[in-house]
Design a protein around this ligand. Structure first.
Ligand SMILES: Nc1ncnc2c1ncn2[C@@H]1O[C@H](COP(=O)(O)OP(=O)(O)OP(=O)(O)O)[C@@H](O)[C@H]1O
Length: 371
């Protein structure tokens, strides 16, 4: 089932938790809502589930307006971070719960419920544990029971709020793989909240990046990493270097590094964003005539398994930034802490500070760089 969020605004007293949010989730997609704490992810999920009401806007399922439908009518599967299993019920009864509480008219027979629960136990790979109690399971197993319980009522889609948040890294990784597999098998639309970018990038078909109650960008993991829509997305996803400078007379000047600006670009203060792996380090000045390289002092070298990270300080602007490279490239370079190197600034994104808007980050407008 597809989900459409149209112009949703949600406020708590004077505080706006969501502002004019629009989002389309096609049927069968696995979508991550990613953003810092307080950005409105849970609020949006609760609105879709019908656990909250918005002041403005509507929510459509398969094109049908569900804004005023009761949470039970929406047929949503919901799983929270803290697996709220019933402690006094065994695993079988926990999974069967949503079916056994149905009115007599819609309740399946005992035999049907038994079959359903056992097929779900097989699906979540917990066969044989039906008679255990939640306290006798590991965190990861309990979370899978919570998912099975949500699936028992045959929801139209699944909403997961930080489903693996309380678990340790290894179990989280296993559950991610498992959820991806489950999604492939069931083809169900799944929307999950996370503030862990790795989780979003690894699991989701599409990622919705949120900040301060707004959607900043929607795209595949690759798109949002390689083509961030604005400085917020740039900084939120992965490590990034910032260089301050100006645009003047058609030239972008970031210290001694210079680039040609596109025609018609407004002049004024500008910020260059660059991923650490786009910094090309060499011991000698680059051959090219373009002034895209700067000299920098290596302040620190950190080995990170197959990667090496250099912490550098520019000689011209004194700005500190990072370069990352493969271990092999680092060994070929033969550099050590204290050396001065040339760093070519590749794949920069330049944002001009707009004089018209007062909001700091999203008010910057991108400029295409041609060297
Ligand atoms: N019932 C409420 N009353 C007042 N403010 C609320 C209420 N629920 C949420 N908020 C506020 O709305 C904003 C968005 O909250 P929300 O829980 O959606 O954020 P989130 O992105 O899910 O954060 P986290 O990752 O920390 O769970 C926060 O600033 C929060 O304090």
């Amino acid at each position: 089932m597809s989900i459409e969020v149209v112009n949703i605004t949600k406020s708590y007293k004077n505080f706006t938790a969501l502002e004019n949010v629009n989002l389309h989730i096609p049927e069968g997609e696995l979508v991550a809502l990613l953003g810092p704490s307080g950005s409105g992810k849970t609020t949006l999920l609760r609105l879709i589930a019908g656990l909250e009401q918005a002041q403005q806007g509507s929510i459509l399922f398969n094109g049908e307006d569900n804004t005023n439908r009761d949470v039970r009518e929406r047929k949503v599967g919901f799983v929270f971070q803290h697996y709220a299993l019933f402690r006094h019920m065994n695993i079988f009864d926990n999974i069967a719960f949503g079916l056994t509480v149905r009115s007599r008219k819609t309740r399946p027979s005992k035999e049907e419920i038994r079959e359903k629960v056992h097929s779900l136990l097989r699906l979540v790979q917990l066969e044989g544990l039906a008679h255990r109690y939640p306290s006798q399971l590991s965190g990861g197993q309990r979370q899978r029971v919570a998912l099975a319980r949500a699936l028992a009522v045959e929801p139209k889609f699944l909403l997961l709020d930080e489903p693996f948040g309380a678990l340790d890294t290894k179990v989280r990784q296993e559950l991610r793989r498992w959820l991806r597999h489950l999604h492939g098998k069931l083809g169900l639309t799944i929307l999950f909240v996370t503030h862990d970018q790795e989780e979003a990038m690894e699991l989701a078909d599409r990622v919705v990046v949120m900040n301060e109650g707004r959607v900043e960008q929607v795209g595949s993991p690759e798109e949002i990493y390689l083509k961030p829509a604005n400085p917020f997305v740039y900084s939120f996803l992965g490590r990034v270097n910032l260089f301050r400078g100006r645009i003047q007379n058609g030239r972008i000047k970031l210290g001694e590094a210079e680039f040609t600006a596109e025609q018609g670009v407004s002049e004024g203060p500008a910020i260059g964003y660059m991923r650490p792996h786009d910094a090309e380090v060499s011991l000698h000045p680059p051959q090219s005539a373009a002034a895209t390289a700067v000299q920098a002092h290596i302040e620190r070298i950190t080995l990170l398994g197959p990667l090496v990270r250099l912490e550098l300080r520019r000689l011209d602007t004194k700005e500190v930034f990072e370069a990352e490279m493969g271990r092999q490239r680092f060994l070929e370079l033969l550099v050590e802490e204290g050396d001065v190197v040339y760093v070519t600034l590749n794949n920069l994104s330049i944002y001009v500070e707009s004089e018209l808007q007062s909001v700091p980050t999203p008010a910057l407008t991108p400029v295409h760089v041609t060297v």
